[in-house]
Design a protein around this ligand. Structure first.
Ligand code: UT7
Length: 330
């Protein structure tokens, strides 16, 4: 059976660093609270005029992944990007990436699945490769969350950051590759995490008069508990699907929402923390970008070699969650 194999990874984050100490001057918070409750020490924030919009970062991360893969953009059949912060409501941010990469024959589109966007996008591309509809695919997770952050809300603004990551997929007929993706959603719980940003539900006439322009709203405490149970359950299902145990996993690369969530999930799965990749300390929660950034860092640090089992797990607005088991290729 054909499946996608990851042959290149790339990532980028904005230059500007916003530390917990900096945030103490913006909202009523402390470095101590943020570190203890989330594990975050600093995050990267896009600056205007620095080519750090979502599609700018996505293009940079993609170029790095393509370079590592030795795949030229003209040979891409598909560009699929997980994002909740595209440059514009339409066209898709993926189309801007296609234009900049000159990937003229690729079909390009965005996937909206909250923080799970990258894994959903990976699933779409992997399935397209499995059916033979696509050979070379670029899968991106990219966010400029600072553009929808309420800088007066301490319960959310301390958590978020900007960045992008990407992987290149080519077909595998061997043991290696994306063995499976497992996705779930529960729209009944949408109110635990959502954006009040402009949508068709809010008529434009009320737009400027009655509401603040955007913003993330979150019920963090309930979300925390749901995140731990959903992440652990779907990771177990994914491993059982392949008759693997947590001991077989060389590296778990989870969505970076909260260090305590990651630790709780690792404990439930009996995966020691030295086999869990975390970079939330440096970047905060970058939504769809967090897994591909972490995967690229782990890969470039030489933590992965051919044949290693990698477990990707994610959770986000929707609610959405998912897992993927990858047999690493290079
Ligand atoms: O990426 C998508 C998925 N995201 C998640 O799953 C996020 C899940 N939730 C979380 O990570 C955590 O719930 C948070 C980090 C958001 C919050 O941590 P918590 O331990 O659940 O705190 P809490 O919301 O229960 O708030 C505890 C206290 C409250 O004060 P009182 O009512 O006890 O007096 C908050 O007002 O902490 C207060 N608080 C803060 N204090 C200082 C909330 N935010 C802050 C802050 N600085 N930034």
């Amino acid at each position: 059976m054909i499946k996608g194999r990851i042959v290149g990874t790339g990532s980028t984050t904005p230059k500007r660093i916003l530390t917990n100490k900096d945030l103490e001057t913006i909202v009523d918070t402390s470095d101590e609270w943020i570190t203890r409750r989330t594990g975050i020490k600093e995050r990267r924030i896009s600056s205007n005029g620095q080519r750090e919009n979502t599609s700018d970062m996505a293009t940079r991360a993609s170029s790095r992944a393509l370079k590592m893969a030795g795949v030229s953009p003209e040979t891409l059949d598909m560009i699929v990007m997980g994002t909740v912060t595209p440059d514009r409501q339409f066209p898709s941010a993926a189309c801007f990436v296609q234009k900049r990469l000159k990937a003229s024959k690729a079909v390009a589109f965005d996937v909206s699945a909250g923080c799970s966007g990258f894994l959903y996008a990976l699933s779409v591309a992997n399935n397209a490769i499995a059916t033979g509809n696509c050979e070379n695919a670029l899968v991106i997770g990219a966010e400029r969350l600072s553009s929808i952050t309420n800088w007066e809300d301490r319960s959310t603004c301390v958590l978020l950051g900007d960045g992008a990551g990407a992987v290149v997929l080519t077909p595998s007929r061997d043991r290696d590759g994306i063995l499976s993706t497992h996705l779930e959603s529960d729209g009944n719980l949408w109110e635990l995490l959502y954006s009040s940003d402009k949508g068709s539900k809010i008529p434009e006439i009320l737009d400027t008069v009655q509401r603040k322009p955007f913003y993330i709203k979150m019920e963090g405490h309930r979300l925390f508990k749901k995140a731990v149970s959903c992440l652990a359950d779907i990771a177990v299902s994914a491993l059982e699907h392949h008759n693997l145990s947590s001991q077989d996993i060389k590296l778990m690369v989870p969505h970076q929402a909260n260090l305590r969530i990651i630790q709780a999930v690792a404990e439930k799965l009996s995966v020691p923390m030295d086999r869990v990749y975390t970079n939330i300390q440096k970047y905060g929660n970058t939504s769809s970008a967090s897994i591909p950034i972490a995967l690229d860092e782990a890969n470039r640090q030489g933590l992965l070699k051919a044949g290693d089992y990698v477990l990707l797990v994610t959770f986000g607005a929707g609610l959405t969650w998912g897992a993927s088991v990858v047999n690493w290729s290079f």
